[in-house]
Design a protein around this ligand. Structure first.
Ligand SMILES: NC(=O)C1=CN([C@@H]2O[C@H](COP(=O)(O)OP(=O)(O)OC[C@H]3O[C@@H](n4cnc5c(N)ncnc54)[C@H](OP(=O)(O)O)[C@@H]3O)[C@@H](O)[C@H]2O)C=CC1
Ligand SMILES: CC1=C(/C=C/C(C)=C/C=C/C(C)=C/C=O)C(C)(C)CCC1
Length: 273
């Protein structure tokens, strides 16, 4: 893990889904170009990653604790890296939130922004100054198609990703002056725990405060359509990992990269429920 020729890649949210697959794909890079620091907020959830990494674990992949919602955790993690040197930062950690707005407590909405928006900013603030000093570095943000187009009943989640898009579009321009590139990946639906968590969440909730028509629209019209859309258009986390790998290798990547064009055709055409 001490090979100075390897690019140091730090990824957030590697206990499952897209983060896990990006970590494994980069750690198993045939040309052995990367030393991956796969982070997660709770190391008790490391088993799936360790198993998928196989021989790469302990060689080109190491683990670290990192909660993107905690200043202290972020600082401790970066301080623990040799010379605080991160070549590529992949901001992947994120949470979803779906349902009628009336029934969602503000605290739950704040948690979405704290993770998806301020979590990314917290990470960037910690590594960007060193990247600027070194005149080199790459920051990747896993945004979403919902950072480009709102989707019914995903109001707050979409807002958190839209906020991220505005932030990145602005910051990317300044960073170019320092040879630091910033890019976003905008996936459509991906089969991960994200989808399972959403379904489980919906089963548990009663939606207090929402009127019967809205609950009907959400449960009997939106949800079945959403399940169908995941079935028809859903990508695998490996599809997204491949796009991310291209981002890591390319020297002058574009600011935005859609993982699938099909979903964009869907969301940009005037379809109603
Ligand atoms: N799945 C989809 O359809 C799409 C997902 N995305 C985005 O992709 C990203 C990854 O999601 P995906 O892999 O699908 O979902 P998963 O739920 O499988 O993975 C999310 C990861 O984020 C971690 N995480 C959540 N909160 C924190 C936190 N405070 N600090 C550190 N890690 C945290 C989770 O860790 P823990 O195990 O501790 O909960 C988990 O490892 C997200 O940003 C999501 O918005 C974008 C488009 C589509
Ligand atoms: C129901 C419905 C839609 C739903 C899209 C969905 C469910 C997209 C999910 C995207 C995800 C999960 C992104 C994560 O970041 C469309 C296509 C807008 C068309 C109108 C009907």
């Amino acid at each position: 893990l001490d090979n100075p020729n390897l690019k140091v890649v730090l990824i957030t949210g590697c206990s499952s889904g897209i983060g896990l697959r990006i970590a494994v794909m980069l750690a198993k890079d045939e040309q052995k170009r990367y030393h991956v620091i796969a982070t997660m907020r709770d190391l008790k959830r490391k088993d799936k990653l360790v198993e998928a990494a196989g021989d790469a674990y302990g060689k080109t992949l190491s683990l670290a604790v990192l909660d993107v919602c905690s200043d202290e955790s972020v600082k401790q993690c970066i301080d623990g890296i040799k010379d605080r040197h991160v070549d590529i930062l992949i901001n992947n950690a994120g949470i979803g939130l779906v349902g009628p707005l009336e029934s969602i407590p503000i605290e739950e909405m704040k948690k979405v922004f704290e993770t998806n928006f301020f979590g990314v900013i917290r990470m960037i603030k910690e590594v960007m100054p060193d990247m600027k000093k070194r005149r080199g570095g790459h920051i990747i943000v896993v945004s979403s198609v919902m950072g480009l187009q709102g989707v019914v009943f995903n109001d707050v989640y979409a807002a958190s990703k839209f906020a991220m898009e505005g932030f990145c579009e602005s910051l990317a321009v300044q960073l170019l002056k320092f040879n630091v590139t910033l890019s976003m990946i905008e996936p459509g639906p991906v089969h991960t725990e994200f989808e399972a968590k959403m379904i489980q969440d919906v089963r548990q909730k009663e939606y207090p405060g929402a009127d019967p028509d809205t609950i009907h629209y959400f449960k009997n019209v939106y949800l079945p359509s959403s399940v169908d859309i995941f079935e028809v258009l859903g990508q695998t986390p490996d599809d997204i990992a491949r796009v991310s790998t291209v981002h890591c290798v390319t020297l002058g990547p574009s600011l935005c990269l859609k993982s699938t064009c099909i979903i964009c055709e869907f969301v940009f055409s005037p379809v109603g429920l």
